[in-house]
Write a protein that binds this ligand. Structure first.
Ligand SMILES: [Cu+2]
Length: 291
């Protein structure tokens, strides 16, 4: 009886897990950062991330069907072939048809998984012609960024401590200097580190790559929606590994150009430009919602 209830709970948990995993919709997840009780992935704002989500959904269906099939087989074998139900067992050891089937069907399933998997892998590494290049450098324990296209532009990006958070800043994700990029542009991110291995990850962009000292790795994204997108170092890098977030602000190209020009003179002025653009956007959204 107890085992029966445990079994039912397992099935219930499995169904809930599958449902949750398939449901990568926007209902609970806010774009750009995780939310309490969120199920599934963070919202996607790039084509690569869309592809990751649909690949995840496909494999989720396949593994669920396989799991249910194996569970069914186990239950069937236990009921049909236990000593009471089947006192004189069959002595057969081979069945050519079944042996061919259990070889061929898994091959077909693996090919079904391999095709979208390789497509995704190729898309992630096939960087389109970049409109903007950024260099992200991991340090123990903060990120610094360089914009090689803009002359001598570089800055450190350090996490905002709990006591200094502003009301709209999420804890452990906000930084003092955000990376600013234009919307709908191909951004190439060259990634490296100056001490140990870090990892530059931004879930909403579907980009994740190791930052290795002495090497340059790269990732790219083309964000289709303005907003602020957060990521974290995803390679255990020391005691403050959890406290070196990545924050990317996606803005209109004009705002980006103004910001980049201002950065050359005065970082506070550049920050004010972004702040003004964000406020203007907020007012616009509120006005649109009212209409
Ligand atoms: Cu790190």
């Amino acid at each position: 009886m107890v085992q029966g209830i445990a079994g039912l709970r397992c099935i219930g948990a499995l169904v809930a897990f599958v449902g949750a995993s398939l449901w990568t919709g926007a209902a609970l997840a806010a774009a750009g950062h995780p939310t309490p009780w969120q199920l599934g992935f963070q919202d996607s704002v790039t084509a690569i991330s869309d592809q990751i989500h649909s690949f995840h959904n496909l494999t989720m269906v396949i593994i669920t069907l396989i799991t249910l099939f194996v569970l069914g087989l186990l239950v069937f074998a236990m009921m049909r072939f236990n000593a009471r139900a089947n006192p004189t067992p069959s002595k057969s050891t081979h069945n050519t048809l079944i042996e061919v089937l259990w070889t061929v069907i898994p091959i077909i399933i693996l090919v079904l998984i391999a095709v979208p998997s390789f497509k995704l892998l190729y898309a992630q590494y096939d960087v389109p012609k970049p409109d903007l290049t950024i260099k992200a450098i991991g340090h123990q324990w903060y990120w610094s960024y360089e914009y090689p296209d803009q002359e001598e532009m570089s800055f450190d990006s350090v996490m905002v401590e709990d006591g200094d958070l502003k009301p709209d800043q999420p804890r452990l994700l906000s930084v003092d200097n955000e990376v600013v990029v234009p919307v709908n542009k191909n951004v190439l991110v060259l990634v490296t580190a100056d001490d140990v291995i870090h990892n530059c990850t931004i879930p909403s962009f579907g980009s994740k790559v190791d930052a290795v000292p002495g090497r340059v790795t790269s990732t790219w994204f083309n964000a289709r929606e303005k907003g602020i997108y957060y990521g974290q170092c995803s390679e255990l890098c020391g005691i403050r590994h959890a406290f070196m977030p990545i924050a990317v602000r996606v803005v209109d190209e004009e705002v980006f150009n103004n910001w980049a020009a201002a950065m050359a003179e005065d970082e506070d002025k550049a920050r004010a430009i972004i702040q003004a653009a964000v406020e203007a956007n907020k007012r616009k959204t509120i006005a649109e919602l009212k209409n």
